[in-house]
Structure formats: C-alpha cells, structure tokens
Design a protein around this ligand. Structure first.
Ligand SMILES: NC(=O)C1=CN([C@@H]2O[C@H](COP(=O)(O)OP(=O)(O)OC[C@H]3O[C@@H](n4cnc5c(N)ncnc54)[C@H](O)[C@@H]3O)[C@@H](O)[C@H]2O)[C@@H](O)CC1
Ligand SMILES: Nc1ncnc2c1ncn2[C@@H]1O[C@H](COP(=O)(O)OP(=O)(O)O)[C@@H](O)[C@H]1O
Ligand SMILES: [K+]
Length: 497
C-alpha cells in the first residue's frame, strides 16, 4: 500500500530528501521535470507537437521551465513559454531555471497582468502556474489566465496538480481550477484526485517517481493508503491441491423480493463465481424457478428453514432487493455473531432504526453508496467530510465501512482509510453493488479476515470491470457480464503455478 500525503507532508518529504541525500533542490526539480517529460512524450510522441508551457514563479513554474528545456533537448521544436509574473516573489529554483532557459532559443513571453492575453495557437498546453503551494482560491490575474487557458479548448497537461486544485482538505464545488486532461503528479497522487469534486480538474492522472525518500514517506502518519496490486498478491490464496467444496466455506445470501429478485440473483452469481464452496440463497418462493434456471449451482433456502440452519453458514450477505422481507435482518443479527455483509435495503432499514447499528457483529462490512451513507450518518456537503465521518464511525462502531464510488474508500476499525484504485465509469449501472456484496460474502466464507475480504472484493470487482472496459473495449459493463469475468480476472492476476 502507498501512503497518501498531504501537501504539508510532501514538503516535509522534499526537505528530508534534500537534507539526507546528496541531492540539491535544483536537481530534485530536474528529476521531477525529466519524469514528467518521459510520460509527456508517451502521451504526445509526435515531436512536431506545438506546446505552450504556462509557468508561475514558484517551484511549479520552475518545473515548467525545466520541462520546456528538456522537451527542446528531446527535439520538440515547437515549444513556447509564458511566465505569469503576477507576484514579486520567485523561488530560487525558478530563478536558476529562468537563467538556464534564456540560453536556449525557446521563445519566452512574460505577463504582468491577466488582461488581454493572446490567443493560444499551440496544440497542447502544459500547466505549471501553481502546484501544491496553493494557499488560497484563485483570483484576479491568476483567475483570468486560468480561464483563458481553459477556454482555449486545448488538451492541458498539468504539472503535479492542476492550478487552483487543493491537494487535500475540503474541495469547494465552485472553486475555479485548470481543467486538465492529464495530470502528471510527483511521487504520489494527491488525495483530492480521489474525490468526485475534482472531476472537472482531473480527467486522468499519472504518478511518477521523482526520487523522494520512500522509507521516510512510508513512516509519515497518514490515515489514507492506496491499495496496490502487490497487496492483492499478498492477500490472495490460490486454491489448494486436494481441496473440496467444504474447504471454501458456505455462503448465505439473504436478498430479493418478488419484484426485485434480480438483485438476489446477481449477488448469488457473484458469490458463486468468486469461489465460495457452497452458496445458499434465501429468496422468496416466487423466485425458485428463476434461481434454478439461472444459477443451478446455488441452493435454495426458505425463511423457515433458516431458523434451524444459522450455524451452517460461514458468512452471510444481506440486503440487495430485500424489500418487504427486511425483518430478516433482525433475525440474522439475533442468530449470528460472525461479521456479515450489509447492503442496500438492509442499510436503509438500519438508517430507519439507528439503534440497531450497534448490535451488528464487530467487523461486519457495510457497503453504502453516497445516499445510503448520508441516510445512515447524516447529510454531507463534501466528500472530504463524508470520508472523515466514515473514518470516525468505522472506529466508533468497530465496523468496516465501504463507501462506494469510482474510487471506493474502505474505512477500517483501526482508523485507516484504504482507497481502491480499480474500476471505471463503464461500471456505473444498476446491479453493480449487488455483485460487490456477493463477492464480499464469498471471500468471508472462504475464511479471509473481513479487512482482507474487503480489499480483495473491491479490487477484483474494479479489475474485472477494467478488463472488460479496457481489454474488451466495452463502453458499458452490465453487472451480469462482470460476474462472468470474475474467474478470468482472478486467473489473470494469479496464474495457477
Ligand atoms: N514536492 C517535491 O518534492 C517537489 C516539488 N516540486 C514542485 O514544487 C511545487 C510546489 O512549489 P511551491 O511550494 O514553490 O509553490 P507553487 O509553485 O505551487 O506556488 C508558488 C507560490 O504561489 C503563491 N500562491 C499560492 N496560492 C496562490 C493563489 N491562489 N494566488 C496567487 N498566489 C498563490 C504561494 O505563495 C506559493 O508559494 C510542486 O507542486 C511541484 O510542482 C518540484 O520542483 C520537485 C520537487
Ligand atoms: N464510475 C465508476 N467507477 C468505478 N466503479 C463504479 C463507478 N460507478 C459505480 N461503480 C461501482 O459500482 C458499484 C455500484 O454500487 P451501487 O450503487 O450500490 O449499485 P446497485 O445498488 O445498483 O447494485 C460500486 O461498487 C461502485 O464502486
Ligand atoms: K500546475
């Protein structure tokens, strides 16, 4: 897992690296600029691309100047530089790089006001106006220049972070920023990239290593960690020789009502395809034919039968499409003490009966989307606040709160918040959450601790969606199809020995 840093912590890592390694600040800037240029050249390999680099006079601007020089050294001969001299202050590294740039043929235009800026004729703009040093909203000349650049309608590649976007903390919806098509961010993605409020500022981001001291960074106190594929490799256990269905646990899905049986079928299908040894479905009798037709591997269990069967199940997932059958949640809570997965209608029921939340088995996994979350824990104006609440509630209630979104936040009882990097907008359609519930239940049934089950399920759910969207070029990934891609996604990530 990678620790996500605040802007202040990035400065700390910067200072520590300079103090403890034989690297000067100006060389660190050169590293960062070279790392940027390496990715930029992959994005725009045509050396005839006309590039305008807009620089401030701090270190972000210093990066921009170095990038201009390096692009020119790599034979990009249509490079031009604008310098926004809206402040008296210049950083030392900026000053050094200006002097270096004046030794090249690159045209440099300096602006002392944001009024009457010339039209942008270049094909691509690099935004190096302000970086993580941002300390107030853009206004005046800065704002005019940022608006001018956005209005030019050219692809924008931001250095480190789009100008105007805060790296962390609350993101006011209406604050203007550069609207970047790509952001090439140094050492770590910024926390704000994972919040929906940054959608206009960041279309895609790339992260480059610039040589900051990694052991120091990993020791910095941070509540936020980004999940990586290596974490999945560590957690996942391949199926063993001589194993049998009993080895992989018995999962129970309590879901579906007469008109919402599909949700139950999706959750059961995902549970089956995620490797539970046995899957039972407690669905209404009217769904039996559909269950047998669609998922003959899954066993049917009536509400009456449940009364004598609770002990047989290794894990229970409850909620998708449960409708009127919601009293089953209380039965379930009365009879099982193992962590369970609570989703959809079961979450709504909890938000109407808040006293019940305390009675959930510790380390149970709640899977609210934004609206379900706010119904449970109160309205929030920003994702920053929502995630803070998730963290506090996960600790107070000793539950795992999986706050679903493009980047799902997994708030753990120990106060850590994990961010899942997989998944894409092709997955934004009904039933996708039911699939996640089935996957979570399957991993719990297989004996993964709840934290590991949450990480595995979120990561593989998104990875299966990414495989279909990216490798198979599907613009929309229906939940049913995602279920079928689960086994091959596993197989791809963990080839059998
Ligand atoms: N963190 C690192 O390890 C490295 C960072 N580098 C670069 O350094 C950048 C940070 O540089 P700086 O700290 O010099 O800051 P910036 O270049 O982001 O900003 C310069 C100055 O602008 C002023 N300012 C902030 N918000 C403003 C606003 N809304 N309107 C007008 N003025 C405003 C502040 O006084 C700030 O110090 C990073 O984003 C990155 O691009 C790289 O040079 C290499 C190493
Ligand atoms: N843009 C997106 N990128 C990645 N994942 C997404 C996106 N939109 C939705 N998802 C995933 O799909 C699921 C949607 O869950 P939910 O809203 O509960 O769906 P439903 O109730 O229809 O089953 C979540 O796991 C979420 O992370
Ligand atoms: K920038």
């Amino acid at each position: 897992m990678k620790t996500i840093l605040t802007a202040a912590q990035t400065r700390e890592a910067d200072r520590y690296t300079i103090e403890t390694t034989p690297i000067a600040s100006i060389d660190l800037m050169e590293n960062a600029s070279l790392a940027f240029v390496t990715v930029f050249m992959q994005l725009y390999p045509d050396k005839n691309t006309q590039v305008l680099i807009c620089c401030g006079t701090g270190n972000n601007g210093g990066d921009g100047l170095a990038i201009a020089r390096l692009l020119q050294e790599h034979s990009y001969d249509g490079v031009a530089v604008w310098i926004a001299r809206f402040s008296e202050r210049e950083s030392d590294e900026f000053a050094t790089n200006v002097a270096r740039l004046y030794n090249t043929p690159i045209p440099i235009t300096e602006f002392f006001t944001g009024d009457e800026l010339p039209a942008i004729r270049q094909r691509v703009v690099i935004d190096a106006l302000l970086g993580s040093g941002l300390n107030k909203p853009l206004q005046g000349d800065w704002l005019r220049m940022v608006e001018h650049i956005n209005q030019a309608g050219k692809p924008i590649v931001a250095v480190d972070i789009p100008t105007g976007l805060r790296a962390d903390g609350m993101l006011p919806q209406e604050e203007p920023t550069i609207q970047a098509h790509h952001v090439i961010s140094f050492q770590r993605p910024k926390l704000s990239f994972f919040f929906p409020e940054s959608a206009n500022a960041v279309e895609r981001f790339h992260v480059v290593d610039i040589g900051l001291n990694e052991p120091f960074i990993e020791k910095l106190p941070s509540d936020f960690k980004l999940i990586e594929s290596s974490d999945i490799q560590q957690i996942y256990r391949n199926r063993k020789p001589f194993s049998h269905k009993g080895t992989y646990g018995h999962a129970l899905i309590i879901a579906g009502d007469t008109n919402t049986l599909g949700a139950a079928l999706l959750a059961c299908g995902a549970c089956l395809y995620s490797g539970a040894g046995l899957t039972s479905a407690c669905i209404p009798p009217t769904g039996l034919t559909a269950l047998n037709a669609h998922l003959p591997e899954v066993m049917y269990c009536t509400e009456e039968e449940l009364l004598t069967m609770w002990d047989r199940f290794d894990a229970i997932g409850i909620g998708p499409g449960l409708g009127q059958r919601i009293s089953l949640l209380e039965d379930c809570m009365a009879h099982t003490h193992k962590p369970m997965v609570v989703d959809a209608d079961a979450l709504t029921f909890l938000s109407q009966n808040k006293g019940l939340v305390d009675g959930l088995p510790k380390h149970s996994i709640l899977t609210p989307h934004m609206k379900e979350f706010d119904r449970l824990f109160g309205a929030h104006d920003s994702w920053w606040d929502r995630v803070q609440t998730a963290r506090e509630q996960a600790m107070a209630l000793q539950l795992i709160i999986l706050l679903k979104n493009q980047y799902t936040f997994i708030a753990l009882p120990d106060g850590n918040v994990l961010i899942n990097p997989t998944g894409n907008p092709a997955m934004a359609s009904g039933g996708m959450g039911d699939v996640l519930t089935g996957m979570l239940t399957a991993f719990l049934a297989q004996g993964y601790p709840p934290r590991d089950a949450a990480i595995l399920a979120c990561y593989l759910h998104g990875a299966a969606g990414d495989r279909l969207a990216t490798d198979s070029g599907m613009a929309v990934v229906p939940a049913r199809q995602l279920i079928q891609a689960i086994p091959s996604t596993f197989g791809n990530l963990f080839p059998p020995h």
